[in-house]
Design a protein around this ligand. Structure first.
Ligand code: KG4
Ligand code: ZN
Length: 349
């Protein structure tokens, strides 16, 4: 069985092709067309531009992935597409294209929760092509999932397929959004995460003592807007910092330390409180090496099995969309059919 995955929830147009054979899911190809350069001058994603790019790129990417695999559209047995959360007009492009294709081919169209894709992406392996040998045997239910991207910061208790309990999330900016906003304060280009990480390498993480949110032990919510404001006040009080590369590096390193410490502390606390010793982490911010290293260190100390998504699967992609629908087709709970887009689709059912 061949399944085409489609992802257009934000600023990446992505398609992937999954093959399901005897209960085993394999990602044959995954293509991503990033719009990073297009949005760069605006310091963030412009929904109208993202939508126009999806309209232009999606048919071309779908044709390319079929050609790359010597298949035609008629070879497809099913289509999976991101239902939400995301930007409404961007989601509509993928939804309409998937349904048009489904009607034309007489094949089912499945809706996938983008956050669910992130949650399970550490259990997919692009380089080995094999997602999981034999249904979902490699997925260590129950596990705690941390999703940290430009749009989301989320801690989820994942008991089983479709049995997700949100432990906490951000009450304002997402972690990636905080990186992007602080980068803008420092006159660094979008997206800010890699820029800050690069400069932080040369800086002193203890140079500034920026605040961390919700220090209470049992509070699994995050807030990053106070941290961003603290950086802004620091720069407003001392504008000379911006003129000096080593001061900028110190701000980057201190800001990064604050984000990493709070993410790691709350994630490990969530594992310890629930006594669940398996953790999945994914989303664009997990590309950050300091965060990865800190998670590795604390998980080892607390005997937590850490599953980190491959960097190519941390950022938005359609392999995770195709894989979720394929996993569900193989292992029991029917994937969603007959759905509308939902820009605010929650992770908890
Ligand atoms: O998952 P993603 O591609 O898109 C969303 O679904 O939001 O995440 C993009 C976010 C951006 O905010 C970007 O600044 C951040 O991930 N990011 C990083 C790094 N690489 C990307 N943040 C910190 N360090 C990085 N190395
Ligand atoms: Zn995402």
């Amino acid at each position: 069985m061949y399944l085409l995955g489609i992802e257009t929830s934000c600023d990446e147009t992505a398609v992937a092709l999954a093959q399901v054979t005897d209960g085993s899911v394999k990602i044959l190809s995954s293509l991503v067309s990033s719009q990073m350069r297009l949005h760069q001058p605006f310091g963030g994603v412009v929904p109208e531009l993202a939508t126009r790019e999806h309209l232009r790129n999606l048919p071309a990417l779908a044709a390319q992935i079929l050609a790359d695999n010597n298949l035609c559209a008629r070879s497809l047995d099913a289509i999976a597409v991101t239902q939400g959360p995301g930007l409404a007009p961007a989601l509509l492009v993928g939804h309409s294209y998937a349904h048009g294709l489904g009607v034309a081919l007489g094949k089912p169209v499945y809706g996938v929760n983008h956050l669910e894709g992130h949650l399970f992406s550490p259990f997919m392996n692009l380089s080995a092509s094999t997602v999981a040998a034999g249904s979902d045997r490699r997925i260590p239910f129950p596990f705690i999932g941390l999703v940290v991207s430009g749009g989301h910061t989320l801690l989820v208790h994942t008991r089983d397929w479709n049995d997700y309990h949100k432990l906490g999330g951000t009450v304002d900016d997402a972690a990636g959004e905080a990186f992007d906003k602080v980068a803008r304060l420092l006159n660094l280009p979008y997206p800010g995460g890699p820029q800050i990480e690069q400069r932080a390498k040369e800086g002193d993480p203890k140079a500034f003592d920026f605040p961390q949110s919700f220090p209470e032990r049992d509070n699994f919510n995050f807030s990053f807007s106070g941290l961003k404001t603290a950086v802004r006040y620091t720069l407003e009080k001392n504008p000379a910092l911006l003129q000096d590369a080593s001061s900028v590096a110190n701000v980057c390193a201190s800001f990064q330390r604050a984000v990493v410490e709070v993410l790691v502390r709350k994630t490990v606390a969530a594992c310890n409180k629930t006594q669940i010793k398996a953790l999945s982490v994914s989303g664009g911010v997990v590309c950050n090496r300091t965060l990865r290293a800190a998670l590795e260190q604390e998980c080892a100390k607390n005997k937590i099995a850490l599953h980190v998504a491959d960097p190519a699967l941390c950022t938005d992609n359609a392999a995770m969309v195709a894989a979720i629908a394929a996993f569900k087709l193989c292992s029991g709970p029917a994937p969603t059919q007959k759905f509308e887009i939902n820009p605010n689709l929650p992770i908890s059912y």
